[in-house]
Design a protein around this ligand. Structure first.
Ligand SMILES: NC(=O)c1ccc[n+]([C@@H]2O[C@H](COP(=O)([O-])OP(=O)(O)OC[C@H]3O[C@@H](n4cnc5c(N)ncnc54)[C@H](O)[C@@H]3O)[C@@H](O)[C@H]2O)c1
Length: 295
């Protein structure tokens, strides 16, 4: 038997917005393997996520259930808006917004440094963030402003997070692992994936490879998972007929079925485990094979 044991590892997971997020499933799976889970949550979603972690509603309790019957229980939540590298970048209207004003710190560097200081370093960093305010608009109609904002939040944030985390992830026992989430629209035309998001994923994919080089000498690995379509909150915002897109992908995938979020979580666990110790700069497709098809 080859066990995966992440006991003693600290995993900083971004992108939990609710209990359908890929990051929720990834966090549960990393916890099941023994890792300590620390969530960085968008400031506007802190209340939602805290609520889901203590809700007594049956479906929320069910969503927290671990395979061994225990509960999903992140050690701590930190607010973090991946638009801002430091608090100096935050404009006054955001600082004064009541959903932000209650938090003294929510920049990428401030959050990453605070996590590392409190937990003695970081072994695993999960980037599961994407946003475009014009995601429903085709690329050709996307405004310059929305395009740049989407690139900042969905692509540049990986660079920002890795730059901040690298000193805290350097030369950890067994090495450290960064995993991000991408989509086939980063390399093929998916017309409905608008607001510049396809370009964001293309940038994310090349950035992940470059980052793999820049932090490889510190034994930090950087990989992406290219997930098949799945009806999370962000995905449903792309298109009201998102379920039809999932069905289309399923029918045109070699495995003839949609993906399950647990399958993305399991592949993430592999990439964070010693089994992937020589794997870096790669894109692992967890899409039932959809990306190989010509239809
Ligand atoms: N669902 C799919 O079909 C699919 C397929 C392939 C890849 N992905 C990718 O998976 C990742 C997670 O998406 P998901 O489907 O779980 O949806 P989701 O809505 O659950 O997750 C997206 C997360 O991004 C966070 N976010 C947005 N703007 C942010 C900001 N400025 N700062 C910090 N966090 C911010 C949101 O709070 C949310 O938690 C994304 O990168 C997405 O592109 C999704």
């Amino acid at each position: 038997m080859i066990p995966i044991n992440l006991s003693g590892k600290v995993a900083l997971v971004s992108g939990v917005g609710d209990n359908l997020s890929f990051a929720w499933f990834i966090s549960k799976t990393l916890q099941a393997a023994g890792a300590k889970i620390v969530l960085s949550v968008h400031p506007r979603y802190m209340g939602i996520v805290e609520g889901l972690l203590r809700s007594t509603q049956d479906d929320d309790v069910e969503a927290r259930k671990m395979p061994d019957g225990s509960e999903f229980a992140p050690t701590k939540l930190f607010p973090c808006d991946a638009s801002y590298d430091t608090m100096d970048d935050v404009p006054p209207e955001v600082k004064n917004d009541r959903r932000y004003a209650k938090f003294p710190e929510y920049s990428v560097k401030g959050t990453v440094d605070a996590v590392a200081a409190e937990f003695g370093g970081i072994d695993i960093l999960i980037h599961s963030i994407a946003f475009s305010r014009e995601v429903t608009k085709p690329l050709i109609d996307t405004s310059r402003k929305a395009y740049h904002e989407a690139m900042g939040i969905s692509a540049y944030s990986l660079i920002s997070m890795v730059r901040a985390a690298a000193p805290h992830m350097a030369n950890r026992p067994g090495g450290a692992s960064v995993v991000g989430l991408t989509y086939v629209a980063g390399e093929r035309v998916v017309p409905h994936y608008g607001g510049g998001m396809g370009t964001c994923k293309a940038a994310l994919q090349m950035d992940a490879k470059q980052l793999a080089w820049f932090v490889g000498d510190k034994n930090i690995r950087v990989n992406l998972i290219s997930a098949g379509p799945y009806a999370s909150r962000a995905a449903r915002a792309i298109n009201k007929d998102f379920d039809k897109l999932v069905t289309h992908a399923a029918e045109h995938s070699p495995l003839r079925r949609p993906i399950e979020p647990d399958e993305v979580a399991n592949a993430t666990l592999y990439l964070c485990s010693p089994l992937a110790s020589a794997v870096t700069g790669q894109i692992l497709y967890v899409d039932c094979g959809y990306n190989i098809m010509g239809t």
